[in-house]
Design a protein around this ligand. Structure first.
Ligand SMILES: Nc1ncnc2c1ncn2[C@@H]1O[C@H](COP(=O)(O)OP(=O)(O)OP(=O)(O)O)[C@@H](O)[C@H]1O
Ligand SMILES: [Zn+2]
Length: 839
């Protein structure tokens, strides 16, 4: 990953500077420069929110991105109207990160801001109206009509009115024309009222009225008044038991929440009486949404191999900003992370650990929680907005010095990161597809660490080729763990031939004899089984039932994708296409199939084959609610499920000792990823799934069903020689110009009218061809799905040379080209989506 960030001086305050660049909300693409009025000079700080006028009428809230002394060339700078924050909302390092992200991923800085701020902190503005101070009804040239006068009357009594207020006053639905006319007559002003959306969580609590709490004698006297009223007496006693104000009257301040005071049998009405009689009072108390949890254990002592890896990583960090920890599944990477995190926290710096979405709800988080307790914040995509704001504020206040989170946690307001860990760094889900910024969290994390002068540790059992390439080039440090922790050995692979079994009539409900035997053996030993069916990134393809043939692109070295509508096989990359053959070009069989099998059907088949076994299924359907995933894992962990069928979800960081057999239901589906990454992904998926098997003392067994077990990719993957596999694949990547040898940029052109979309895509293509930068432009091609939500789409793929400033030049030119195209009337409603490092 290269930095496109041009160093710029980010002064903390305005100093002697006269201008400020302001980040404005979407759809305003870039920062605009404003004058700093002398009066506001002392309040101007990077990251503070300001109010500015934009265009003729609009008043917007933005954030100060930069202060400097250069007046804008193309326009006259307007003054900043007001500064909203005494303490900036966002720190200068964050702003720097946003600027980098917008430049690198070719998007609006306002889009980055939108993604970065949890919606609970987002600036929301509501239009309000007020009287124009310069307006004088006596001297005004414009007569007002009745309705307009009514609005002005209302404004005499109230400083401001909302649109809603105006609608009520006049009893009409469309108020805007009337207000517009009033603005034109210079009678009113429209402005935006800024408000924060975050709402703290408040609890209703009760406590003794303060005079009683402070005075023991008065409190004694109270007992006499409640005598003979057992219900009231019991409440009073319970309060004093939980809040011992006799010993310490200050405890009364925080009181007790109503629910814990009123136990079963207690009546709300007795409490009400106590309040009415001036003994208790109720009050509102702001509480944390995220509960405190205590650390429960010390970190484990590292084994000597782990210790050596730990030391090596630290040595690498002395000279390298980034280190790749390549350790086989079950090698104990997590324990090494824990030690590193502890060291960095002790030195007083912050730590961020990124995890793929789904892994966040699992074991690994509770393992970390056990060691780090309440100083660890968790930033989850299933959190509510308010919960996210609390993590945000927790980072600001120092409550959380360590955060584990999903990709969006790179936007948290860290000010002194010492270390970022990206676990499972190869995970495709680190890339955000939609909407912009379409960033890759791993790459963004490396950049973020760079801004903080921090270190980044990438960890994986199956590193992405990008990262491994960087490591072999010496750009990253490389530390490898070749063996599992303890006595556990690597699992054993078995290829089960679907075609052969079918011919011999051994196939039962899509399962081979091998699969059935291995499952049965595990069940007999009371061990557990995981069955994996690939889903994500799955595009339909055509395959021969007999020999396993699939269509391949002649120019790109990728599998062809099945397009049902056109009855064609097409290349996702170069657009090569062919008709679906009637019979298999390799063996002549007419048994060509296109469909895959879903997890649901596999679950059904297995429950017929193993009626005694307790089945579980984990996929999007069964984990839709917030706790679905956790519940299934808990059941599986407690041994209440014998066979768990699932998609990618069952692979992420799971560590269950009783799993000894892993079945891959459709191995061919894994190989036929329609992408130049097919090999890399196949290696990753098979190795990761297999890695769940035999993590303790019993050796794991992995069964892969395939119609074409001779496929050389299996051979390569199963040999488990990552380096050799990497070396061979890189040869192809180089030959066919694919990452990491080039940078990929995908541009999608969208429009509801097919002709316009096509024309715009070709216009873009012509313009790009003129850019003087080392590159290959492919396409435009009809999108894999030619029409999404009634928008036709065309895709262009650009391969950029990695040397020199090719990328910077190209991206700058691209921005200009898109701006120019968009300004053409015929393309006004065309949408262009740029995806950098598309993967
Ligand atoms: N030093 C140690 N002392 C005790 N137990 C350990 C130690 N290191 C690892 N383990 C245990 O070994 C198992 C595997 O370790 P861990 O889950 O950290 O491996 P990993 O490399 O992260 O695996 P994967 O990449 O497959 O998720 C876990 O159950 C873990 O608790
Ligand atoms: Zn092709």
């Amino acid at each position: 990953m290269e930095s496109l960030f041009a160093e710029q001086d980010l002064a903390e305050t305005s100093g002697g500077n006269n201008f400020a660049d302001i980040i404005l909300p979407v759809p305003i693409p870039r920062m605009f420069t404003y004058k700093i009025p002398a009066l506001l000079r002392s309040q101007i700080q990077i990251g503070a929110r300001v109010i500015v006028q934009f265009g003729k009428k609009k008043v917007l809230t933005g954030i100060i991105g930069k202060v400097h002394n250069k007046p804008p060339q193309a326009y006259e700078a307007k003054p900043i109207l007001d500064v909203l924050d005494i303490q900036p909302s966002v720190n200068p390092l964050q702003i720097r990160f946003w600027v980098w992200m917008a430049e690198y991923y070719c998007c609006h800085i306002g889009e980055v801001m939108f993604a970065a701020l949890p919606s609970g902190l987002r600036l929301s503005s509501e239009s309000k109206i007020q009287l124009n101070p310069n307006f004088n009804p006596e001297t005004s040239k414009y007569p007002l009509d009745l309705r307009e006068e009514k609005i002005l009357e209302a404004l005499e009594n109230k400083d401001e009115l909302s649109y809603e207020d105006c609608e009520k006053i006049l009893g009409v639905k469309t108020i805007h024309p009337i207000l517009k006319s009033l603005v034109a007559k210079e009678a009113i002003l429209i402005f935006e009222r800024v408000q924060e959306k975050y709402t703290p969580k408040v609890e209703t609590r009760v406590r003794l009225v303060p005079e009683l709490a402070a005075d023991k004698n008065a409190l004694q006297a109270i007992f006499e008044t409640v005598q003979g009223k057992p219900k009231q007496e019991s409440i009073l006693l319970k309060y004093l038991r939980d809040v011992p104000v006799f010993q310490n009257p200050k405890l009364n301040e925080n009181g007790l929440d109503k629910a814990s005071l009123l136990e079963e049998g207690d009546s709300e009405s007795s409490l009400k009486t106590l309040i009415k009689n001036g003994i208790f009072e109720s009050f509102k108390h702001v509480v944390n949404r995220i509960e405190e949890e205590k650390a429960e254990r010390e970190a484990y002592d590292l084994s000597s191999t782990q210790q050596a890896a730990f030391e090596e990583i630290k040595t690498h960090f002395e000279s390298k900003q980034c280190v790749l920890l390549h350790g086989v599944t079950g090698s104990g990477k997590t324990e090494i992370y824990i030690k590193l995190i502890q060291e960095v926290l002790e030195s007083g710096s912050q730590v961020l650990m990124l995890l793929p979405e789904i892994a966040l709800t699992t074991q690994i988080v509770s393992r970390l929680r056990q060691v780090f307790g309440s100083q660890m914040g968790v930033y989850h995509s299933k959190y509510s907005d308010n919960e996210r704001v609390e993590v945000w504020n927790g980072v600001l206040s120092g409550r959380f010095s360590f955060v584990v989170g999903v990709r969006s946690s790179v936007f948290l307001p860290f000010d002194s990161l010492g270390l970022i860990i990206v676990d499972e760094e190869h995970e495709p889900s680190y890339k955000q597809f939609d909407p912009a910024p379409r960033f890759h969290a791993r790459d963004a994390a490396i950049m973020l660490a760079y801004f903080h002068q921090a270190r980044t540790l990438l960890g994986s059992a199956t590193p992405s080729f990008e990262s491994y390439y960087n490591a072999t080039q010496g750009k990253y440090g490389l530390t490898e763990l070749q063996h599992r922790f303890g006595d556990a050995s690597m699992p054993e692979y078995h290829l089960a031939n679907l075609s052969a079994d079918r011919k011999k009539n051994l196939l039962k409900l899509d399962s081979t004899r091998m699969m059935r035997e291995k499952i049965q053996a595990a069940l007999d030993r009371q061990e557990q089984v995981l069955i994996f069916q690939n889903r994500r990134g799955y595009s339909p393809y055509v395959q021969c039932e007999d020999c396993g043939w699939t269509g391949q692109c002649v120019q790109c070295d990728v599998s062809l994708t099945y397009h049902q509508f056109a009855e064609e096989l097409r290349c996702h990359y170069c657009g090569y296409k062919e008709k679906i053959p009637q019979s298999c070009p390799a063996c002549g069989s007419t048994q060509l199939t296109t469909q895959g099998i879903g997890t649901e059907r596999i679950e059904e088949s297995l429950s017929l084959l193993f009626p005694e076994a307790r089945m579980g299924r984990m996929d999007l359907d069964t984990t839709r609610n917030k706790y679905g995933y956790q519940r299934l894992l808990d059941e599986f962990g407690a041994g209440q499920i014998d066979i768990l069928v699932g998609t990618q979800m069952i692979t992420k960081g799971l560590d269950f000792g009783k799993v000894t057999v892993v079945g891959i239901w459709d191995g061919d589906r894994i190989l036929n990823f329609p992408d130049f990454r097919a090999g890399e992904r196949a290696y990753q998926q098979i190795t990761q799934v297999a890695g769940r098997a035999g993590r303790r003392d019993v050796k794991g067994q992995v069964v892969i069903q395939s119609r074409n077990p001779e496929n050389e990719l299996f051979d390569k993957v199963l040999r488990g020689d990552y380096f050799e596999f990497f070396r061979q694949e890189m040869f192809d990547r180089k030959k066919f110009y694919y990452p990491p040898y080039v940078k990929l940029v995908k541009i999608t052109t969208r429009h509801a009218d097919f002709k316009i979309a096509e024309k715009a895509a070709h216009a873009l293509h012509r313009e790009m061809a003129n850019v003087q930068a080392k590159k290959i432009v492919l396409g435009p091609e009809k999108g894999i799905i030619a029409r999404i939500k009634n928008q036709y789409q065309f895709e262009s793929m650009i391969k950029l040379d990695r040397s020199g400033n090719t990328q910077a030049v190209f991206k700058e030119q691209l921005a200009k080209i898109l701006e120019e195209l968009q300004s053409r009337p015929e393309f006004r409603s065309v949408r262009w989506v740029v995806d950098v490092d598309q993967s």
